[in-house]
Design a binder for this molecule. Structure first.
Ligand code: HEM
Length: 406
């Protein structure tokens, strides 16, 4: 497998490293990075961070770029999949449409809604394990296992293999701040090989036995795209993105939301007076925390964005969190308004590559919040603890120790 460096391509982590000054990245490890990020976005909304690479930090530019038919996703740059294009994130055009048509129905609201009971049950089981203790490290006890176990159950994968899948997604996504990009890449290669090894074996066993299995994976292996049977490589690329997308983002979002609620008891109590307040409150906390830090776009033709011309081949680094703080798009964006409506944020991106797991994510977040607060309505951050967030990559609280009266 060729590395980024051998191919002469800046890696995602290198680009994010240059997107923001280093001292700002350190500030983003705190509980309230929003004012810092917003001040930076106000100063340089479209900033050339490397030749031909521009940051996008405001809604107007974001909307114009994502609506432009000449703009594609990751383009020729490698992403999390290295030189393997992850499906559907790293592909575009008709092929992208074909794959979205295949996978979207699996995560459509109607298919997802019946999972509410399973999520509530799983949340209850996890809470049972620590509710009598009066304290818990919430990330490892609740935020991480809940969506991960649900996702493995959707895919039909064994729950006891969760540590193995978490190791894969950590290897792809989670690295020490300011780690050497070459080391990051070696970890990613190892994680990708582990993932391909697992799903390659599963694919080979099922196809050679002639029994593909009556679960989601069997359905996927047997499916056709654009009139062609899904290939082994395509299957492996889809599974890698599923593991990364399904096991990381909801856990990270849950940790950000629960940390905010633990630090804002009055607003939390206001939501708890009426459980129907959860959906808007969750939407607003997603906007404010915006866990996914960036996306990549590339123009295939010369285009104009908000009056500025960009040549074909220009790359755009979309900063979803900065866009979600745009004062032109949101009233008082630096304030959390738990009743904000409409709330047209881009936490799940926008355009062709908009998140296909957003319905599942929203359902998991809502049910998790309802179930947790039924059992533990009053809690706070353990005294003396200073929370630290992951500064690069998907925003997440590293440790979330909370206490309550048992
Ligand atoms: C709160 C949780 C989540 C957040 C904040 C989130 C955010 C995002 C964002 C910002 C993108 C666009 C990436 C880009 O354009 O560069 C995306 C794409 C994607 N997400 Fe999510 N996601 C979440 C949950 C999930 C879940 C649970 C799944 C599992 C099915 C998932 C699967 C995907 C896939 C497959 C794509 C690629 C779509 C495409 O390129 O067409 N996401 N997500």
């Amino acid at each position: 497998m060729t590395t980024f460096q051998e191919a002469g391509i800046p890696s995602g982590s290198e680009l994010i490293g240059v997107m923001f000054p280093q001292e700002m990245i350190l500030q983003m490890m705190g509980t309230d990075p929003q004012p810092v990020l917003d001040a930076h976005a106000a100063k340089c909304p479209m900033h050339e961070v490397a030749p031909g690479w521009f940051t996008v930090m405001r809604m107007q530019e974001c909307v114009e770029i994502n609506r432009n038919r000449a703009v594609i996703g990751n383009g020729s740059t490698w992403g999390m999949g290295g030189d393997h294009k992850l499906i559907p994130l790293d592909i575009d055009g008709e092929l992208h449409t074909h794959f979205r048509k295949l996978i979207d129905p699996v995560f459509a609201p109607k298919r997802i809604a019946p999972l509410a009971e399973r999520i509530a049950q799983q949340a209850g089981d996890l809470i049972d394990r620590f509710v009598a203790d009066g304290e818990a490290e919430l990330f490892s006890a609740f935020c991480q296992p809940l969506p991960s176990l649900i996702f493995l159950s959707i895919l039909g994968l064994p729950a006891d293999e969760l540590p193995f899948f978490l190791e894969i997604k950590e290897g792809i996504l989670r690295h020490e701040p300011f780690a050497d990009p070459a080391d990051i890449e070696l970890r990613q290669i190892a994680a990708r090989e582990q993932c391909s090894g697992y799903f390659g074996k599963l694919y080979d066993e099922r196809t050679s036995s002639g029994d593909l299995g009556d679960d989601l994976l069997g359905w996927l292996i047997g499916s056709s795209v654009d009139g062609h049977q899904l290939t082994r490589d395509q299957f492996l690329n889809i599974m890698l993105l599923m593991i990364v997308g399904g096991l990381d983002t909801v856990s990270a979002s849950l940790s950000c939301i629960m940390s905010w609620l633990a630090r804002h008891p009055e607003q939390r109590r206001w939501i708890l007076e009426d459980a129907s307040r959860w959906p808007l409150a969750i939407e607003e906390l997603l906007r404010f925390e915006s866990p996914v830090p960036q996306g990549f776009r590339q123009t295939t033709e010369d285009i104009e964005v908000n009056g500025t011309s960009f040549a074909a081949g220009t790359r755009f680094l979309m900063s979803w969190p900065a866009i979600n703080l745009d004062p032109e798009a949101f009233v008082n964006p630096l304030e959390v308004d738990l009743q904000r409506s409409p709330n047209a944020h881009v936490v799940f991106a926008s355009g062709w590559h908009r998140c296909l797991g957003s319905h599942l994510a929203r359902l998991e977040l809502r049910v998790a919040m309802e179930e947790f607060h039924k059992r533990i309505p009053e809690y706070s951050i353990k005294p003396g603890v200073e929370l630290q967030y992951i500064p690069l990559g998907v925003r997440q609280v590293m440790n979330l120790p909370i206490v309550w009266d048992d």
